[in-house]
Design a protein around this ligand. Structure first.
Ligand SMILES: [Zn+2]
Length: 690
């Protein structure tokens, strides 16, 4: 590409350190993004497979190529529980005398013009990882999204789902939560299918005409419940090769134990749903399958459904590839950039739309170091394995090195899937300002002649557990940033055979504008965190977020319902605790505001190095204050008590989670306990900043 195109990634130029940033930004090239993307997503590579290990070696080679002698490169192995599909799994519609009326196709159709589907798709059947094996034949009940509310509706209609096979559509909540809900009520099986209303033709043209899910598209995924992440057999412990510290399968609480689960396309779901009898489902349960009235089903239906799950579940080796560049001034302080490498099939968008940006940043850092740039702090590039199964590679590493990470990591930056042009940021609140400072320096892929700050809504949100930042943030209290580009709707190739290079270049980012912008912003933010003498946190922004969430509490339905049931004495105690929470937050706001002011007004004194180290340590550590050793009630692995993945949501976060859960379940003492825990955490965090 031409010189002009290379430099065009740099937006407005009124920034500090322009020369260094220009070296970095000039090194980003659509050609290398494209060739890396083609190479790393050329074959299916589920975690633990030979193809996946080969890809790990490719990343080792790339790091050597880009960083040479500047970095030490390690391949770190963990032996973890994984789950694979087999062609023996089946879903059948069964009529009288056990006649099979229909056999669901558990793999996708070939698409003419998409060479990546010209392999035999039947060799890559879809499954949902960690479904137990077994066979069951039962009546089917349609459960809409199979949320807690949906099951409450079924109960209100006197539908007992015990022993049935639930037909659930994807959407609203994480797939594992649907299964967990059904398992609690004693269902025998769950089928989760992709309704066209969520990501198919109802949203727009289906692939290959457009980006939405074609009728045979199937969403794969893991069922791991959000009780903890990582290898299900070793919570809190790293699954080092040879470990004997494993929980037996039957005692694992974050996996389904008996309920049988498989995914389905809507092409097949239509056949099963068309045979349901019983009441017509409510209006908001009606999906987008053409010419179909969605019914609930009944136990007297003349047809049944057979579900046969034959997965292979076993301990397999997985590999994180970690490249470390030692800092020159503060080698014992580090910034980590992470991205997962495993995928359900080709994974061109998930995760490699992020992987190529991640590799491009390594390349750019190498180019800067060739020009004698030296990072002040250590910079770590971590390519994680087995993320798709439940953030396994990153969690095992976090559990392996937890003590040193808690003491030395300034921030963790994550990239994973991008599928649109809207810039999106999830981050620790105190890091939002840094991103705002860097977005004017990067060209936006959304509209011509704009920079990221002009097309972004300038909002950041807290983090759930959708990717590898989760163990760093929720388990250790390390500040995190996750950046990507999203579309107006979820992309229809998600976790399917169609998430491939042909789809990426024809339906999404043919000129690699999005990938270039992602590499650019990721690199600039990382360089700031690695190189600013005084770290660029704005701790007062954390106070604003705490206050906003605390203020919003009293208008939440769960809060109103909970407090309306308390007796006057309980209500008085509860209200005084809420008052205490607000006072504690005010204290945090005061101290963080003063701290930020001191940092801004700092002038070099006699003990400069010590002063800088002290200011930086406060910024690095105050988020750790939000973690408590005992963790969240019922989910002790989650230590961050201000924000965790929602127990009924998965992926999405909830603020003051233990309090919210206790209020929803009307557990008065637990609600008080949760408030006490949050107040203690905010006070600890405040102390770090004093
Ligand atoms: Zn991913």
């Amino acid at each position: 590409m031409s010189e002009g195109e290379k430099t065009s990634l740099l937006g407005k130029s009124n920034i500090q350190g322009v020369a260094t940033k220009r070296v970095f930004l000039d090194s980003i090239s659509a050609d290398s993004l494209k060739s890396n993307l083609r190479n790393i997503s050329s074959t299916p590579h589920m975690a633990g497979t030979i193809a996946s290990n080969t890809l790990a070696d490719y990343f080792v080679l790339k790091f050597k190529d880009y960083l040479g002698e500047y970095a030490t490169i390690e391949k770190v192995q963990y032996d973890v529980l994984l789950s694979y599909p087999t062609p023996q799994s089946k879903i059948q519609l069964v009529g009288g005398n056990n006649t099979v009326l229909h056999n669901a196709q558990l793999y996708e159709d070939k698409i003419i013009g998409d060479e990546y589907t010209s392999i035999d798709p039947a060799l890559f059947p879809a499954h949902l990882a960690y479904s137990p094996n077994g066979e069951a034949t039962a009546k089917m009940i349609y459960g809409n999204f199979c949320t807690r509310k949906d099951f409450e509706y079924l109960a209100s209609q006197n539908i007992n789902v015990q022993g049935t096979i639930m037909m659930c559509r994807y959407g609203k909540v994480f797939r594992g939560i649907k299964v967990q809900n059904a398992e609690k009520l004693g269902a025998a099986g769950v089928i989760i299918y992709s309704d066209p209303q969520q990501d198919g033709f109802v949203k727009g043209p289906a692939y290959p005409e457009g980006p939405f899910r074609p009728e045979s598209g199937i969403q794969r995924g893991s069922l791991m419940y959000p009780t903890y992440s990582g290898d299900p057999t070793t919570p809190e412990y790293p699954s080092l090769p040879g470990t004997t510290n494993r929980i037996p399968r039957k005692d694992i609480i974050n996996l389904p134990q008996k309920i049988l689960v498989l995914p389905m396309s809507w092409k097949d779901a239509r056949v099963f749903l068309a045979r349901l009898d019983g009441a017509v489902a409510p209006a908001d349960w009606q999906g987008g399958i053409p010419n179909l009235t969605y019914r609930i089903g009944s136990l007297t239906n003349s047809v049944s459904t057979s579900i046969m799950v034959h997965n292979i579940e076993k301990i397999m080796p997985v590999y994180n590839v970690v490249a470390t560049i030692k800092g020159t001034v503060e080698p014992d302080r580090s910034v980590i950039i992470g991205n997962h490498r495993d995928a359900w099939v080709y994974g061109t968008l998930d995760p490699h739309s992020g992987s190529v940006a991640f590799l491009e940043v390594a390349k750019g850092i190498g180019a800067m170091m060739d020009k004698r740039w030296k990072p002040r702090r250590s910079l770590v590039f971590a390519s994680w394995d087995a993320e798709e199964y439940g953030l396994i590679g990153s969690t095992e590493w976090v559990e392996h090195y937890s003590e040193i990470l808690k003491q030395q990591v300034v921030a963790y930056l994550n990239v994973d899937t991008s599928y649109g042009t809207h810039f999106d940021v999830e981050a620790s609140p105190a890091l939002a300002n840094l991103i705002r400072q860097e977005t004017p320096n990067i060209v936006s892929p959304e509209r011509v002649n704009t920079t990221l700050d002009q097309t972004w809504n300038n909002q950041t949100s807290y983090v759930g557990d959708g990717s590898d930042y989760a163990p760093f943030f929720h388990h250790l209290g390390i500040p995190v940033i996750a950046m990507d580009f999203r579309g107006d709707f979820m992309y229809g190739a998600y976790h399917s055979l169609y998430d491939n290079f042909n789809y990426y270049t024809k339906q999404f980012d043919g000129d690699f504008r999005v990938a270039r912008s992602l590499a650019g912003i990721l690199g600039l933010v990382a360089i700031r965190l690695v190189n600013d003498e005084i770290l660029p946190f704005k701790t007062a922004d954390q106070g604003v977020v705490l206050k906003d969430y605390a203020n919003a509490l009293s208008s939440l339905d769960d809060y109103v319902a909970f407090t309306s049931k308390l007796n006057p004495e309980q209500l008085a105690t509860f209200n005084s605790m809420i008052l205490n929470l607000n006072t504690t937050i005010q204290g945090f706001i005061l101290v963080s505001g003063q701290f930020d002011k001191n940092v801004t007004n700092y002038s070099v004194g006699r003990n400069h190095d010590v002063d800088v180290r002290r200011m930086n340590d406060k910024q690095m550590l105050f988020e750790r204050g939000f973690t408590r050793k005992e963790g969240i009630k019922g989910r002790p692995w989650y230590k961050h008590v201000i924000c965790s993945p929602g127990v009924d949501l998965g992926y999405d976060f909830e603020v003051f989670p233990a309090l919210m859960e206790a209020m929803r379940d009307n557990r008065y003492n637990d609600a008080l306990g949760a408030l006490e825990q949050v107040i203690a955490a905010i006070k600890t965090s405040t102390s770090f900043l004093k």
